[in-house]
Design a protein around this ligand. Sequence first.
Ligand SMILES: [Zn+2]
Length: 343
Amino acid sequence: MRAATFREYGGPEVMRWEQLDDPACGRDEVIVRARACGLNHSDLDSRAGSSRWPFTMPWVLGAEFAGTVVAVGADVGGIADGDPVTAYQQFACGSCAACARWRPDLCQRFVVFGTDRWGGYAELVAVPARAVIPLRSPDDFVTAAAAQCVVSTAWSMVVSVAAVHAGETVLVPSASGGVAGAAVQAARLSGARVIASVGAPEKSDAVRALGADVVFCYRDTPVAEAVAEATGGRGVDAVIDTTGGPRFGEHLAAMAPDGRLVTCGAHAGEVVPLDIIELFRHGHRILGFRVATPDEIRASLAMALDGAIVVPVDRTFSTAEAAAAHAYMDERKHVGKIVLVSA
Ligand SMILES: [Zn+2]
């Protein structure tokens, strides 16, 4: 097979398109011909050598991919040659103590495609049968490769971690981002009213189109002022925060008593000031999102494939052009997912 690989850490130019041996199909595995593979920021860290993860070279990235089954192991049932499928980007070992307690999300030996084993930047991927998720048709490939991480993260944060219910009001900061944009839609699907912030006024229309009821630019209007005006001074019931950074305290302070702030990212800053007195005075809770469960991932994929939650695709590249795709992602001008595709 051919694959986009790297054999040394460095800039996008270390990615090469090269011939490798085809993966062997284990008895409990299938071989998938990958047709679409989503890029993630962590791919850039892996390639640059800044992920702290020790890769063996050459390495094949690609956590989220979809394609057609082309070989089926001897012990595999219910999956046939030609089936359109995707795979859990990370799957539990099935045998550790956490897995035995029906908590695969707490598995001590998670396997992540593109990190623990070769992923979807290749023509062929070996996939354990228990990691396979069936799709309806090849029309689903690009959406499935784009949506799994973004939608399942947003859905789990809104529905499971923040436990948002109908009639509540949710604040989504920097809502033009991938997970945040999906969180706007997930909160709306949950029956909540959504207040969203953006960093630039020209992004407002796109966020409003996702279903946000109120959109404000945090560079023009302080968070406290915008939220007070939108909620009659009451505050929001939950914040779905993907940014961290200097506004973390403002987001926390924008919550009504018993408010829940869920965090999953910190591109705007990893260490934030926290007034503990305010936290317990209002009964606020700060909650970390860790991973989505398999059930949440399947539900999220179904919503993305049905169009209930839309994940915009900014641009596609041929898998052979993975270096160009990485360089493009490094520019950080994209809005939506970047997806590698192959014929
Ligand atoms: Zn396990």
